[in-house]
Design a protein around this ligand. Structure first.
Ligand SMILES: [Ca+2]
Length: 478
């Protein structure tokens, strides 16, 4: 008699523990810089070898219609942290008159302290949070990752071409930060992926018995391509293929570490890119999409995305639902128990039913909007994409059927005037919210970013300092 309640209690306790773990899985978000839609073997590349990332896709879900919020770095990363289109958090123009599209060393802007970032939301629910790699959301002390929800930071806070190089020999040397301290100036770039990966492994080893969020943002495959051996020798696609292989290796190390720690099944692994490839003869590919980094054709903004969560996300699945980088914020916030209505207004939506492969799960987004800085230039719904631009008073309209014409090669605007009108109206509604500088519309839902007075770069060129200037110092940028 007396044993029965004890067994029942144990079972009950066991069940609640199991569900608590499911509610607070670890999250590893691997974020690539400038990786194109066609750069992974599991997305059709025949020149890059990516066995570990391919395995991630085979064990999880691969998305065919996943978007970054911007075709360049800084705005995309602001969306990742806030779940918003860049304009909603005023991350769509920087520097004098907002003319720069991304942040440069010593710029004044950063995320506003009132924003509740993704790592802050996770931290509130007991997560250990670490950011490794490229931040690119402000290099002033007030703007660093440690001020926006990360317990720790290790990395270069912006792009890897913001460094001493032949064309800019007296630039601020590239800073490597530990939390908020510069621990090295102008590190050897080829070695950084290994240093970052070791840091990630150490974090997993230290935090494996509590929920953690690891945000690992690579410096590859942004130019310049400094890549370590043995990847350069083995590459079939020159230095670009080597950079992709290095990322794949690092991903394999992280997956192995999760397995060794026994937390593979209780960890969501996300792999995606901040924008499409430059695709200007450096080895990158957005195939079969049209367009490049910096453009609102699909190749600029539609990027690879893979989500693995064993037992929850169906293995080997493919989703063509429209999702975006902005969806991680509400999806993960809701998962750990936040009431989404209590969060600052955001543009992403909880897409967990899609991740779970629920029958009939559909994209919660009626539209997706494509911005160049604060200029709204295109919109898509589930089938159609309208480009609507005005240059020197001339209106340009293109309409494509993304289901039948993913490479945007056959404009059918004349055949579908009603679709053009409907999508134009959707753009006009969005302009009321987030503005459009080209049309002189301010936007009534824009929240300010933070701006510091008297900003300055974290480092300063010192002619007497023994910087590592290897003979292979490259002049590539972009
Ligand atoms: Ca980028």
């Amino acid at each position: 008699m007396s044993g029965t309640p004890l067994i029942a209690l144990t079972l009950l306790f066991g069940v609640s523990l199991a569900s608590a773990r499911a509610d607070h899985p670890n999250i590893v978000l691997i974020y690539i810089d400038d990786m194109g839609y066609g750069d992974l073997a599991c997305y059709g590349s025949e020149v890059n070898d990516t066995p570990h990332v391919d395995r991630l896709a085979a064990e999880g879900m691969r998305f065919t219609d996943f978007y970054s919020s911007s075709p360049v770095c800084t705005p995309a990363r602001a969306s990742l942290m806030t779940g918003c289109y860049p304009g909603r958090v005023s991350f769509d123009g920087f520097g004098p008159e907002g003319r720069s599209w991304v942040l440069f060393p010593g710029f004044a802007e950063g995320l506003h302290p009132d924003e509740r970032t993704l790592p802050e939301l996770l931290k509130e629910k007991g997560y250990a949070t670490a950011h490794i790699g490229k931040w690119h959301l402000g290099d002033q002390p007030e703007h660093l990752p440690t001020r926006h929800g990360f317990d720790s930071y290790y990395g270069v806070p912006y792009s890897n071409d913001m460094a001493i190089m032949p064309r800019r020999p007296k630039s601020p040397p590239m800073p490597l930060l530990r939390n908020e301290r510069v621990i090295q100036e102008q590190p050897t770039q080829a070695a950084l992926i290994e240093r970052y990966t070791v840091e990630a492994v150490e974090f997993i080893q230290q935090k494996h018995d509590q929920p953690f969020f690891l945000y690992f943002a690579h410096l590859h495959v942004h130019l310049p391509h400094y890549v370590m051996e043995p990847f350069t020798s083995a590459s079939r696609n020159e230095r670009y293929g080597a950079a992709v292989a290095a990322i794949d290796w690092s991903t394999g190390v992280i997956l192995a570490e999760l397995r060794r720690a026994g937390i593979e099944d209780n960890t969501i692994v996300i792999f995606t890119s901040d924008n499409g490839s430059r695709q200007r003869g450096e080895g990158g590919s957005n195939a079969p999409l049209r367009g490049l980094k910096g453009q609102i054709f699909e190749g600029g903004m539609r990027v690879p995305c893979i989500v693995r969560w064993p037992g929850v996300v169906p293995a080997g699945s493919v989703s063509s639902e429209l999702t975006s980088v902005m969806d991680f914020y509400p999806t993960l916030a809701a998962l750990v128990g936040h009431d989404l209505a209590s969060l600052p207004k955001h543009d992403g939506a909880d897409v967990m039913p899609i991740w779970q492969g629920q029958e009939g799960a559909r994209s919660p987004h009626e539209h997706f909007f494509y911005y160049i800085r604060n200029e709204l230039q295109a919109v898509r719904d589930h089938r159609w994409k309208l480009h609507h631009q005005v240059k020197a008073g001339e209106e340009s309209v293109q309409l494509y059927d993304l289901v039948d014409d993913v490479s945007e090669s056959n404009c059918i605007a004349e055949q579908h005037p009603e679709v053009v009108q409907r999508l134009k109206a959707a753009m006009d509604e969005m302009r009321v919210q987030l503005g459009d500088s080209r049309l002189g519309i301010e936007g009534n839902e824009r929240r300010p970013c933070a701006v510091v007075k008297e900003p300055k770069p974290l480092t300063e060129f010192d002619p007497d300092y023994p910087y590592i200037e290897p003979s292979y110092l490259l002049n590539e940028a972009g």
